[in-house]
Design a protein around this ligand. Structure first.
Ligand code: NAD
Length: 476
């Protein structure tokens, strides 16, 4: 049976409209918040391999109720106006939900990055940066890109460097993109941030008995069976933290070339290494099973399903065969609006993308603040903090000795307590706080408003309310 499918943009709009219909927004404001302000399309030529190659790129700005606007740069053949607009809209809602003071944007190039050499990619990226800069679509004060599918630290460093050359007198030039290498103005913990945020989101979900009951889950993460789709930046870090730190079992990983399984849990570090060496999951020695049908792996029985690859992988054609209690949307838009409805009716709980993968933009915000302040987090207070805790510990030990109490503090306690927080620890703390706070704001509405049946609608309601307040404060 064929199903009518909506585009990614329509899917996001449908979810938005459903939430907005439950709210009491002033006439016209719903439309103003929903629409994309502008989308720039550029076609530029790059001389490579003895000829000129024409590359198509986009940068969409969804909402400028807060500036700069923020959003990743994607390199994939799927990149189109519809896709960047959907992703830019999600960025606006995501930033509002996690209280990061940015508007939403997104961009990309319709290329397969694997088809180019490093040198060619650098030339393409620098040229794209020039086109964006000419229209203020990259700038520390107006529009700050970040990595997304097909891009990473390397591309962000090229963009930052290209921007700096174009604006040598801008002292804040490094704040023009986030997700840069630490040695080039980046921040500790940015590469892992989205995956780490997925882990923190699941931790927070597990702290809420009501949410756990709705999903039909019990206990902690230890031994929980998890399936991950896409072992890229986001999927790899999420899978690694959930298995190594929390004792969950990653029973299947689905990649482009197929899926590997192991009911006792796959070793994620080894699997990543295997993918790096061979280009796919096939032939992984640590698996007990392999299937060429990568999408089919999403239908296996598990406790938590984490789509962390691309949009639209769960649609009306497979939603009724999904066999899990909880779906955590690490990717953007992995579930279409039709599938969302089917899954909700089946009682499967969904932790929505705009919350689940917000770790990336949260730590990007920290990086941008670091770039503008030109100082590493913790640099001023770390040793002072250590001196104070040391003073307390020394005094406790002196008192114990004086009074003959015989108290001794363990070495482990002292090592941990006496150490001032590093930048990485501060970043993780800020991220954890953000993920907890955002979940609580969604959960409050989910539990208390009968009209709000799911976490996604709750997330939209929180986000729309905050954006509406900004617009109203501006007099719109
Ligand atoms: P990535 O390019 O590092 O990884 C994507 C992975 O998915 C790759 O391993 C790729 O082989 C795999 N993949 C692609 N198509 C697939 C398919 N059809 N089936 C199975 N696997 C497939 O990208 P990423 O940065 O990890 O982004 C993944 C998702 O997370 C995207 O939706 C992105 O928008 C979202 N996201 C990323 C960030 C970030 O900080 N990187 C932040 C928020 C959201």
């Amino acid at each position: 049976m064929s199903h009518p499918q909506t585009s990614f943009r329509d899917s996001v709009d449908r979810m938005f409209t459903h939430a907005a219909s439950l709210m009491d927004l002033p006439q016209g404001l719903e439309e103003k918040i929903r629409v994309c302000n502008s989308t720039y399309t550029v076609r530029f030529g790059v001389r490579m391999r003895g000829g000129i190659h024409t590359i198509t790129g986009y940068r969409s700005v969804h909402s400028e109720h807060m500036e700069p606007v923020k959003g990743g740069i994607r390199y994939a053949m799927s990149v189109s106006q519809d896709e960047v607009e959907a992703l830019a809209a999600l960025m606006t809602y995501k930033c509002a939900l996690v209280e990061v003071p940015f508007g939403g944007s997104k961009g990309g190039l319709a290329i397969d990055p694997r088809a180019y050499t490093e040198e060619e990619l650098e030339r393409i990226t620098r040229r794209f940066t020039y086109e964006l800069s000419r229209r203020s679509l990259i700038s520390p004060s107006q529009n700050v890109p970040a990595p997304d599918m097909g891009t990473g630290e390397r591309e962000m460093a090229w963009m930052a460097d290209a921007y700096k050359r174009l604006h040598p007198d801008d002292i804040d030039a490094r704040g023009c993109v986030t997700g840069k290498p630490v040695s080039f103005g980046g921040i500790q913990g940015r590469v892992e941030a989205t995956g780490r945020g997925v882990q923190y989101a699941i931790h927070e979900f597990f702290r809420h008995p009501e949410a756990m009951k709705t999903a039909g889950l019990e206990g902690g993460l230890e031994g929980k069976r998890i399936i991950v789709q896409g072992l890229g930046n986001v999927g790899f870090h999420a899978a690694q933290f959930l298995s190594d730190n929390d004792g969950a079992k990653i029973i299947a990983v689905s990649e482009r070339d197929g899926a590997v399984m192991n009911p006792d849990g796959l070793h994620i570090g080894d699997l990543r290494e295997h993918i790096r060496e061979t280009g796919g999951v096939a032939g992984f020695a640590g698996a007990t099973g392999y299937s060429q049908n990568s999408l089919g792996a999403l239908e296996m029985d598990c406790d938590i399903l984490i789509p962390a690859a691309i949009e639209g992988v769960i649609d009306a054609s497979n939603a009724d065969r999904i066999n899990t209690r909880l779906i955590v949307e690490a990717a953007n838009g992995p579930i279409t609006a039709e599938a969302d409805e089917i899954l909700r009716k089946r009682g499967i709980v969904i932790v929505p993308d705009m919350y689940a993968n917000a770790g990336g933009v949260t730590v990007s915000y920290f990086e941008w603040v670091k770039n503008l302040t030109h100082i590493r987090f913790g640099r001023m207070e770390r040793r002072e903090q250590e001196a104070r805790t040391n003073l307390l510990v020394t005094e406790l030990e002196r008192l114990s000795a004086d009074k003959g109490l015989g108290w001794t503090l363990t070495k482990d306690f002292k090592d941990r307590y006496l150490k001032g927080a590093s930048e990485l620890e501060l970043v993780r703390s800020g991220l954890d706080d953000t993920m907890r706070g955002a979940f609580q704001s969604m959960a409050e509405i989910w539990y208390s408003d009968d009209k709000v049946e799911d976490l996604r609608t709750a997330a939209y309601v929180v986000a729309i309310r905050r954006i509406a307040q900004s617009y109203q404060a501006m007099g719109l």
